[in-house]
Design a protein around this ligand. Sequence first.
Ligand SMILES: NC(=O)c1ccc[n+]([C@@H]2O[C@H](COP(=O)([O-])OP(=O)(O)OC[C@H]3O[C@@H](n4cnc5c(N)ncnc54)[C@H](O)[C@@H]3O)[C@@H](O)[C@H]2O)c1
Length: 420
Amino acid sequence: MNTTENYHVKDLSLVEQGKSNIQLAEERMGALIGIRDRFTLEKPFRDLRIGMALHVTKETAVLAQTLTAGGAEVAITSCNPLSTQDDVAAALAKEKVRVWAYKGETAIDYRTFIANVADTKPHIVIDDGCDLIDHLHTKRQELLVDVIGGCEETTTGVNRLRAMQGEGVLRIPVIAVNDNNTKHLLDNYYGTGQSTLDGILRATNILLAGKTVVVAGYGSCGKGVAMRADGMGAQVIVTEMDAFRALQATYDGYKILPMHEAASIGDVFITVTGNRHVVRLDHMRRMKNGVVLANSGHFDVEIDVEGLRREASQHYQVRPQLDAYVLDGRKIYLCGEGRLVNLAVAEGHPSEVMATSFCGQALAVEYLVKNRGKLVPGVHVLPKEIDDLIARLQLHAMGVTIDAPTSEQQKYKTEWREGT
Ligand SMILES: NC(=O)c1ccc[n+]([C@@H]2O[C@H](COP(=O)([O-])OP(=O)(O)OC[C@H]3O[C@@H](n4cnc5c(N)ncnc54)[C@H](O)[C@@H]3O)[C@@H](O)[C@H]2O)c1
């Protein structure tokens, strides 16, 4: 480990690899780079400190650079003990970013690093899963007076924030960046769809064609995972609790079953619900020999890994990020310890998709700063124009042109007299 008061990273000799990976991400994040260029000129975050708890990946590094280009001092830790890319953390440590993160953090280090970010007394917090905002509200309330606001990246974090708001304990305005169309309909869908399978394939190298893949949860993420598994030739079964989502999955051509029934049929099980103990021991006891379990939901609570560890007669590591457990004489493979498999085992979402997610973060920070003192504590969404702007920036970066309404069409859209 390499440690100073400004960083704690695994290995500073990885700096050049980290820089090279960050450059690769930059080349695919044109929309965000456009915002970075504007921030460089306008310096909207001069004299502001931004604290982040985000997966420390090459794309997050581009976001951090975008915010520092805007004049901010940035401090970062990860929002998951297994998701840090150590080369990227090393490269950030060599820039003017304070970074505490390494892949495989202990529970104590994870908490300490969140506390370190809080200690930098951030004016803006960017969270992914709500652990940093939780920390400020439960352990460092005195710091909240100087916090202008926060931004939340993921569904689970937004759910936690809405629960805090419901109990009347949320004391700052927080932008639910996840709720941007350019976030959950792109990142959760295309990003999680592809990168979850990437993680499972890197862990197991399994052939998906011909397998039965059980996807638990048919939200934005589950839809993407099901679509990609289907595209690779798997038979997809979906489990759901929400009637409408179950209906959508049925009309999309998937079989819907309760997990209890799907358990004895599936070859690969993927949880993406944001819920707890979706795959339980009673399900695992019904599974076939050699099944693969993976989770891509935010926290490692979706598969009852603790129960599996306790009840298994044998456990060994097959290779990094793939464990085998023997339960009732049958083997169960678990990817990435049940932590989100796309980041624990693979590299997270592709940069293109993170470009729009992180345009959302960058513009949400700008929105908070511009509206300083005007937003009440609670969960806010960005105005639709900002979401639309992000889509336009990304299309522009990709060289895609779309139609503009003619004046006749513009008029027609707002006219009620013209009918049959
Ligand atoms: N891996 C990643 O990179 C990544 C990216 C984005 C979001 N996420 C996380 O993935 C999770 C899902 O996100 P989302 O945007 O799809 O959420 P969502 O709310 O759109 O969908 C979740 C779905 O799961 C269903 N569900 C809940 N409990 C269930 C159960 N016991 N069995 C079956 N279905 C159940 C819900 O009815 C809902 O339809 C969240 O934890 C989110 O934070 C992960």
